[in-house]
Design a binder for this molecule. Structure first.
Ligand code: P6P
Length: 339
């Protein structure tokens, strides 16, 4: 691509501001700082075993999950990158029990950043794509020291959301409420270049993503939906389906954003105390915002994810997202079963 047509992330944000006026200087700085942090994470992930950061950190996060060294490193990269800029009032992360205040030596801003610094990190040691997921909210008026309650806003309140997928290339996918755009990291230049505008998820698909090993723990409507897909041509759907499961949400969602599909992590009765595996604030909500902006749908199997009123920073929800007609169908099955 000739350099004159290369649109960098910075140029994109400035032109969006000029055209639509909804990206003020602080929000532009926030997105650029997060993108730079994702570039640093991409470099660390890309070193693999040579970086001396594979394997376990020997600690557990609030989820009770063993933290990988890269989980901790990625979290530190995002904290360090965002503390000084004056654009944030606080940060929250999968890897930290409580929100992280902006140190008093720095000015505070109007935004809250919540993120999963390295999602799918169980895949790192086996060299499968992982990613960073982030969500941007406004700090409630008059809140000087935002605690957990300040973050508990429905996903419809998100100002921006995005992810970086560290795969064969590093791609940053971003929505600011006006479509979904993708930027590929140019490693020579060290900048993210616009490579996809107004991405759209096809309303129909023949590809589903789910961890089938949990089948016996699913609710009846969930079993019904998957059994129909497996029946293929011989069943009520009248066509064959294909399955993919990377076990890295960012990689699965990126595939769906690129060619369609439905991603499902349903509630299962393996642990009735958990309503699902994925976390609302920094996995389900940002991905739901992106998917809806790309013409897809995202529900808990019963209700729209973005409409949920969060109760806890680290709460979990069931997730059904992707091609709209499939999400609508499986959601209808759950509602029929409830009725
Ligand atoms: P399972 C990764 O640990 C993660 O949080 C998501 O990225 C991924 O979709 C899911 O869990 C995989 O879960 O049960 O298949 O290992």
């Amino acid at each position: 691509m000739p350099s004159r047509s290369k649109v960098s992330l910075s140029r994109f944000l400035i032109e969006q501001q000029r055209e639509h006026g909804h990206i003020n200087a602080d929000l532009r700085l926030l997105i650029e700082v997060v993108a730079r942090a994702c570039k640093r994470i991409s470099i660390a992930v890309g070193k693999g075993a040579l970086g001396g950061v594979l394997g376990s950190a020997g600690t557990e996060n609030v989820q009770g999950e063993t933290q990988k060294k890269l989980d901790v490193l990625s979290n530190e990269i995002l904290l360090e990158a965002n503390e000084w800029g004056g654009h944030l009032a606080a940060l929250a992360s999968e890897e930290m029990d409580d929100p992280h205040p902006i140190p008093n030596r720095y000015p505070k801003g109007e935004y809250l950043l919540v993120f999963d610094p390295l999602d799918g990190s169980s895949n790192i040691d086996v060299n499968i794509s992982v990613g960073t997921i982030f969500s941007v909210l406004r700090c409630p008026e008059g809140v000087q020291d935002p605690a957990e309650a300040a973050f508990l806003q429905p996903g419809t309140q998100q100002v921006a959301a995005g992810y970086a997928v560290y795969g064969s290339s590093t791609v940053l996918v971003l929505t600011l409420g006006d479509g979904v755009h993708s930027f590929t990291l140019d490693r020579e230049q060290g900048s993210f270049i616009l490579t996809g505008s107004n991405l759209q998820i096809p309303a129909d698909t023949s590809e589903f993503a789910i961890n089938m090993s949990n089948l016996r723990h699913w609710e009846a409507p969930m079993k019904r939906y998957i059994e129909e897909l497996l029946a293929g041509k011989t069943g009520p759907r009248g066509r064959d389906f294909n399955m993919r499961w990377v076990a890295s949400m960012v990689a699965d969602v990126h595939r769906i954003l690129t060619r369609g599909g439905i991603f499902i992590y349903p509630r299962d009765l393996k642990d009735p105390s958990k309503p699902g595996k994925l976390r609302l604030m920094y996995e389900a909500n940002p991905m739901a915002f992106i998917v809806e902006q790309a013409g897809g749908a995202a529900t808990t199997g019963r209700e729209r994810i973005l409409a949920l009123r969060p109760e806890r920073l680290h709460q979990r929800v069931p997730v059904f997202l992707g091609s709209r007609h499939e999400v609508e169908r499986v959601t209808a099955y759950h509602r029929e079963a409830d009725a």
